[in-house]
Design a protein around this ligand. Structure first.
Ligand code: MG
Length: 406
């Protein structure tokens, strides 16, 4: 059972149970009821009876989304950090309201600044992953690669990073040394330098070992302007490799589940892969690394910003079988699970072969695949065509199914 999405419909593995088709036909009915409950909307009125169930669902989602953001909670909850609905509301109703300016309003993964004729990309990210060490990496890789990738997806060349450490009294120096050495290695691999930093220590019990913030600047040397708002009907949606590996790795590393798997984090810097892609085609509309909230969250951001529909083909989404198995056991939808070295690319449909060839030519893009396309209707929504012939809405994340994943 997922706790994301308005349908609440289970994601079925291939080999579909006999009642699946019937349940698929009921998706609109169920989505309508759950959406009414979630958004505390009045039940649909008789005047709407001429609309199909599906149209009613879309209409209600439109109305809920059009309302001015308002924070309902008195205090911060874990969901405010999950990248979904609550995070968006916090950003819209508090941060954006207070800090509002045209640079911030772009709402991409990085700000773009014009300084003395140069176009600079600027971004920041904090890392609170638990555990700090996991198969395939540690918090140090994430802190470097995450910020490098947020710069690179704008088309910028990452240049310099800052590193701020918040350490808990009692944290082993040897662990910190491992993390810092990993950061140095990751920075060298990404062609960036860590040029400034900060260290703070909080008393024992007031932190959880080590938190890291990194900020970064990059230089936009290409004459391009990528934006989630520029997705157009007929564009292809590509994911650069199998999804969900980082999130599942961290969940399994917590040792709370008795699952054996050799899956490792996909954490990696994407700047070289992106360079190949941008050299090969001028048809790229936008790119986003699919971190917290996963591919589903990125696509909701793109659908929302462009007011287009992102239509996914479930069978085309690349995923390791053990990642799929783990998400089934955890009761989460892999589309929402964080990756740390994968990106979603929206590219002109006429350029999709060039884009795929370029991605496939780099080790980090070997598993790249077209997973869907952009359509003009229904605006702002992500739809998934399931492997058993149904369609469901892939809504913005509600709650936080995987806290402290990055
Ligand atoms: Mg990002």
């Amino acid at each position: 059972m997922t706790d994301q999405g308005v349908t609440g419909q289970d994601q079925q593995p291939p080999g579909v149970p006999p009642d699946a088709e019937a349940r698929s036909a009921d998706w609109a009915e169920e989505a309508l009821r759950e959406h009414e409950e979630f958004h505390e909307l009045a039940p649909h009125t008789p005047g709407q009876q001429h609309l199909s169930r599906e149209e009613q669902v879309h209409q209600r989602i439109d109305r809920a989304r059009a309302r001015r953001a308002r924070i309902k909670e008195e205090r911060i909850t874990m969901s405010h950090g999950a990248g979904g609905k609550a995070t968006q509301t916090l950003i819209d109703a508090l941060f954006l309201e207070s800090f509002r300016n045209p640079t911030l309003e772009r709402m991409e993964d990085q700000a773009l600044l014009q300084i003395n004729g140069s176009r600079i990309a600027f971004t920041t990210d904090s890392f609170v992953v638990s555990p700090l060490f996991f198969p395939g990496g540690n918090i140090g890789d994430l802190a470097v690669n995450g910020t490098v990738n947020d710069l690179a997806v704008s088309g910028a060349r990452p240049l310099s990073l800052s590193a701020g450490f918040i350490l808990e009294e009692g944290f082993p120096i040897e662990d910190l040394r491992r993390i810092v050495e990993t950061m140095a290695t990751a920075a060298a691999a990404a062609g960036v330098q860590i040029v400034t930093g900060d260290t703070k220590v909080v008393p024992r019990g007031k932190g959880d070992g080590c938190y890291i913030n990194t900020s970064g600047v990059g230089l936009l040397e290409r004459d391009i302007s990528l934006s989630a708002a520029s997705a157009q009907p007929g564009d292809a949606i590509i994911v650069s490799g199998p999804i969900g590996e980082h999130g599942v790795t961290v969940m399994l590393a917590r040792g709370e589940l008795e699952i054996e798997s050799d899956v490792t984090s996909d954490t990696a810097p994407l700047h070289e892969l992106i360079n190949r892609l941008l050299d090969a085609t001028s048809g790229v509309r936008c790119m986003r690394d699919a971190t917290r909230g996963g591919v589903a969250t990125v696509l909701n951001e793109i659908a929302g910003a462009s007011q287009m529909a992102a239509v996914l083909d479930e069978g085309a989404v690349p995923m390791r079988p053990d990642v799929f198995g783990a998400t089934e056991i955890l009761g989460i939808d892999a589309l929402y699970v964080a990756c740390e070295g994968r990106m979603v690319v929206v590219v002109d449909g006429a350029e999709v072969d060039d884009a795929l060839d370029a991605l496939h030519s780099h080790p980090l893009g070997k598993g790249a695949a077209v997973i869907g396309s952009i359509k003009d209707d229904p605006p702002g929504l992500v739809l998934l065509k399931t492997t058993f012939g149904g369609t469901r809405i892939v809504d913005v994340l509600v709650g936080d199914p995987l806290p402290r994943i990055c």
